[in-house]
Design a protein. Structure first.
Length: 480
């Protein structure tokens, strides 16, 4: 019996397969080393390219004699949806190219930017006879960015003007005595402040870590959206849905001015956990601009209310339809302007866009009910908590990140802005429909009451024959 039994079979297989494995490994290493190195020099070595534009990349490459006669070169891109060579099927047949006697080949190719993002582009040298890859060059990084468009500026300026006009209307409609009472006993504003600047940053931080665990820029986009103050649309939605407008405007004003202190507190504490770089900052000028655009129109509305009562009546009468039209304008125009970003929407982006404002609504509503606030106040607190000033979040991202990451991460605040009005719009439609249904029921019940009254009247006033002796009189009986 073999002394190595029962392991003799294993040793036999190892003695046969071992050398084959060593040989194959050395061959693969040789092939890999052969196909991975090609000393091509690119100019530029990194390309920043606007969407829908083209740029030329020059290069020089050393070639051997057999490569010149039997080689072909292709331009390879890692993601054709972001950047592609022009034309896409560009092939260089080396024997037809102008190559120096020393074997140095100088040429160029065009790259077209298709969409936001990053793409790696390199040259691949193949054998024209067998189509095997002989070698590949190092890659150049192509960054495709978005140009600032006229429609973006038009949207920003038009919304700013319309929101300023509606804040003048709010100034006319405000009950300033109730406003003073709210400031003196600020229970509602304190609840809103805690929900806005304690709950929302923590919710956004948690959602970002959970959904975008593999993407620091996306986490930052989520966090910046959560630490931003309340948006101006909160006052419009509060008024449309019948909430306490005085409380809503008080909370928006407090939130805007508190952002000067609360935003740096969160950005330079919890923000550093996400993004440990020196480019983090607070857009004080942007916040100040929003505060100025809030206070001045309100003050103008106050003076109109005090000195021009007839004009005040007109302004208040058109406030609700004007608010509804402004909301529709913002939603439609925002979707049209940012249509390109919908291509970046994934299930994670949708959950983030839905989760942040909707959890804010729930958090604000629950906090208000815990402290037994009236329904109109609870509605105002919930709306104020859930609606963020996404414009400030986008500005922060563009300040902190380089392109195209800054534009890519704006998909988070844009998703939040698009999803924020959905439950509020559904509530508005429900209230409108239920209101019309209740009116129909009231009308039907009134018609039934009228019918009953008319029948009873007919019965009461029916003529009776009264006989006195042989003489009969026709008379009507009336009830008192």
């Amino acid at each position: 019996m073999c002394p190595l039994w029962p392991f003799h079979s294993l040793f036999m297989y190892a003695s046969v397969l071992g050398p084959l494995w060593v040989i194959s490994s050395s061959v693969m290493a040789h092939v890999t080393s052969k196909t991975s190195l090609w000393g091509v020099n690119f100019d530029p070595t990194e390309l920043l390219l606007p969407m829908d534009s083209m740029s030329t990349v020059k290069f020089s490459a050393p070639l051997k004699e057999d490569e010149i006669y039997f080689g072909l070169v292709r331009v390879i891109t890692s993601d054709g949806s972001i950047a592609t060579p022009s034309p896409a099927d560009k092939i260089y047949i080396l024997k037809n190219e102008n190559i120096s006697n020393s074997g140095n080949w100088t040429s160029a190719f065009n790259i077209t930017g298709n969409f936001l993002g990053y793409a790696e582009v390199h040259l691949q040298l193949r054998d024209n006879r067998s189509q095997t890859v002989l070698s590949s060059s190092s890659s150049i990084t192509v960054k495709v960015v978005r140009n600032e468009r006229v429609v973006d500026k038009l949207f920003t300026y038009s919304v700013a003007v319309l929101v300023s006009v509606i804040y003048i209307n709010f100034g006319c409609a405000l009950d300033w005595s109730a406003f003073k009472k709210t400031v003196r006993r600020p229970i509602g504003p304190i609840i809103g402040f805690i929900s806005q600047f304690l709950a929302m940053p923590l919710i956004s931080f948690g959602l970002g870590k959970w959904l975008f665990y593999d993407s620091v820029p996306m986490q930052l986009g989520m966090f910046f959206t959560g630490v931003s103050p309340a948006g101006g649309a909160s006052n419009i939605w509060t008024y449309i849905l019948g909430g306490n407008l005085n409380l809503s405007i008080t909370m928006t004003t407090i939130s805007t001015f508190a952002a000067f202190a609360m935003m740096p507190l969160w950005i330079f504490s919890l923000g550093q956990v996400i993004f440990q770089q020196d480019r983090l900052g607070v857009p004080y000028s942007r916040i100040a601009m929003f505060a100025f655009g809030l206070v001045i129109p309100l003050a103008l509305g106050f003076f109109i209310q005090k000195y021009l009562p007839r004009m005040t009546k007109i302004m208040v009468r058109i406030l609700k339809p004007f608010s509804a039209l402004l909301i529709l304008f913002i939603i439609i125009f925002a979707i049209v302007t940012n249509l390109y970003l919908f291509e970046l929407f994934t299930w994670k982006i949708l959950v983030a866009g839905l989760g942040l404002p909707w959890l804010g609504y729930v958090c604000g509503w629950m906090a208000a009910n815990v402290f037994k606030q009236p329904p109109s106040d609870a509605l105002a607190i919930a709306i104020e908590t859930g609606i963020q000033n996404t414009g400030i979040a986008i500005f922060l991202l563009r300040f902190s990140l380089e392109q195209p990451e800054a534009d890519l991460t704006t998909v988070v605040p844009v998703a939040a802005a698009v999803m924020t009005p959905v439950p509020l719009l559904l509530m508005y439609i429900y209230r409108k429909c239920s209101g019309r249904w209740n009116k129909k029921e009231e009308t039907l019940s009134l018609e039934d009451d009228d019918k009953i009254v008319s029948v009873e009247s007919a019965r009461v006033t029916e003529p009776h024959i009264i006989g006195i002796g042989n003489i009969k009189y026709r008379s009507h009986l009336h009830q008192c």
